[in-house]
Design a protein around this ligand. Structure first.
Ligand code: GLU
Length: 509
């Protein structure tokens, strides 16, 4: 059911804190859909609830999108023909629509004070402001026209509520779920305009989707229960013909499949839930993000795309461009997608292997700098990274796997030496160390030949010397092929490390 009008989709976060991976996925699906259909991807900041406003959150959201490569075509930071894109700057447009609804009889003034409503809620825990209760409450449906005028005139605070029709079924065609029905009796009379004159989300979202000519709404499943209110507002204010198409995205579930993945689950299970580090400006508390945890944006986006969608071919690794080509709403799953951190790391490992190291050199450098590890020139660093990238799952792993290239081992895993060391081996290593002087050019193969020659003289096998050699150069039983390590370390450093280790081993052998 693709309409012929221009494709315009929006990502409409409220700037209330860190950006949850579910939010990034919503942005991603919007972005993919827009790009696929040569449409526009719009960022709209929904900040009408001033009590939830968090300084810095908007800038953070913009940086997250940038990191992921999801560049909006219109937004508060870049402008566009339908601006402003920050709802707090559009305050004046909403009230007239709320008043229009009152005039049409689809909404009404409600003068009940927060204290009165609170008292009712205490008496009746299931209290809802709806068709069954509105007749006993203080609103323009129960008060006389004169009383209402009087209240308004004396400046009594009021909200405007939608008057939900009774016994009606509202049907939508959801692009993911198919036909969805809502019973209007189940929905309360939502506030549209608050006492401070600001719209609620429900009014603002419909007005802005109309004014910004949004063609499709892709949003989280948690907004499905609000949809009947939005559909009615569309019908009353703008006519259903202009209404966007709806697609409610499946939830991202906890790893055990029980319930929606929350930041708390991440804290508890030790994985990030936010795209990037987020520091709460009120408490100063920082929550780890995927980026700082050592994820590549390519992997993060790829992983998110597959949390709730696949192209049916079994392919798992996709670039953003490939995702644009392959993406289709029809293949978004209806049921929730379980988040699996191990799988997320698998994607990262795959992307680390696939991308040229040049691509993430600067990010890796940040990790080295954080640990105060002195680095050589970029060229050597890149050769090191290339050699060890197969072994790295997160960018931080480059430190563990690569630190020894820049800092000689301070300690040695002596368990190996205790088993293998002998006077003959000591002699072979001493001999080899001297012979290395002559090795030219300094390449893995030549270094290895020199070792074989030294081993033979002592009637040793090369293989017996490999692990002790690794301990000398690396400190432990890990790392890439040992002669390649020597090649990269260079002649002077390799010989120095051997000499230093020989002294240490002779004490323990
Ligand atoms: N402001 C809502 C949010 O924070 C947007 C919901 C929608 O896309 O309609 O998720």
């Amino acid at each position: 059911m693709m309409s012929s009008r221009e494709i315009r989709v929006r990502f409409a976060p409220s700037p209330t804190g860190g950006l949850h991976l579910g939010g990034v996925r919503t942005a991603l699906y919007n972005f993919l859909f827009a790009r696929k259909h040569q449409g526009k991807f719009i960022l709209r900041i929904e900040d009408t609830d001033q009590t939830r406003f968090v300084p810095g959150a908007e800038e953070y959201i913009i940086r997250c999108l940038e990191w992921c490569g999801l560049k909006p075509d219109e937004g508060p930071h870049i402008g566009g023909p339908f601006g402003p894109y920050r709802q707090s700057e559009r305050k004046n447009v909403y009230a007239q629509y709320a008043h229009q609804l009152v005039e049409q009889g689809h909404a009404y003034y409600a003068f009940d004070t927060p204290e009165e409503l609170e008292a009712l809620r205490r008496q009746q825990p299931n209290f809802q402001y709806d068709a069954t209760t509105r007749g006993q409450l203080k609103n323009s449906l129960t008060l006389s026209a004169k009383e209402v005028q009087h209240y308004l005139h004396e400046g009594r605070p009021y909200v405007i509520r939608i008057r939900m029709p009774e016994n009606k079924t509202i049907r939508i065609h959801d692009l993911i779920r198919g036909e969805v029905e809502f019973d209007t009796n189940q929905v309360d009379d939502k506030v549209l305009l608050k006492a401070d004159g600001m719209p609620t989300y429900h009014l603002a979202v419909v007005v802005d989707d109309y004014l910004m000519q949004i063609s499709h709404v892709f949003r989280g499943e948690e907004w499905l229960p609000s949809t009947p209110v939005h559909v009615l507002l569309w019908e009353y204010l703008f006519g259903k013909a202009h209404m966007p198409e709806w697609a409610h995205l499946p939830l991202i579930l906890r790893p055990d499949g029980h319930g929606k993945l929350s930041k708390r689950d991440g804290d508890r299970l030790g994985f990030p839930v936010y795209a990037m580090d987020w520091t709460d400006p009120f408490t100063g508390e920082t929550t780890r993000g995927f980026r700082e945890m050592g994820f590549l944006p390519e992997a993060f986006v790829n992983m998110l795309a597959l949390l709730g969608w696949n192209d049916g071919s079994g392919q798992e690794i996709f670039t953003l461009d490939e995702l644009v080509t392959r993406f289709s709403i029809e293949r978004i799953h209806k049921s929730g997608a379980r988040f699996d951190f191990e799988k997320a790391k698998w994607f990262n490992h795959e992307w680390i292997k696939r991308l040229p190291v040049k691509h993430y050199l600067e990010e890796v450098k940040i990790f080295f700098k954080q640990q105060h590890i002195p680095l050589s020139d970029d060229e050597k660093l890149m050769r090191v990274l290339e050699l060890i990238k197969e072994r790295c799952t997160l960018l931080g792993d480059f430190i563990e796997q690569g630190k020894f290239f820049f800092v000689a081992p301070e300690t040695y895993d002596l368990s190996v030496i205790q088993k293998k060391w002998s006077p003959g081996m000591q002699a072979a290593f001493e001999e080899w160390e001297k012979a290395l002087e002559q090795v030219e050019p300094w390449e893995a193969e030549n270094i290895e030949h020199a070792l074989i020659a030294a081993a033979e003289k002592q009637e040793l096998k090369k293989n017996d010397m490999l692990l002790p050699l690794r301990i000398m150069l690396v400190g432990g039983k890990f790392g890439p092929p040992v002669f390649q390590i020597a090649e990269l370390l260079g002649k002077v450093e390799t010989r120095q490390r051997i000499r230093k280790a020989l002294v240490a081993f002779s004490r323990h052998g």
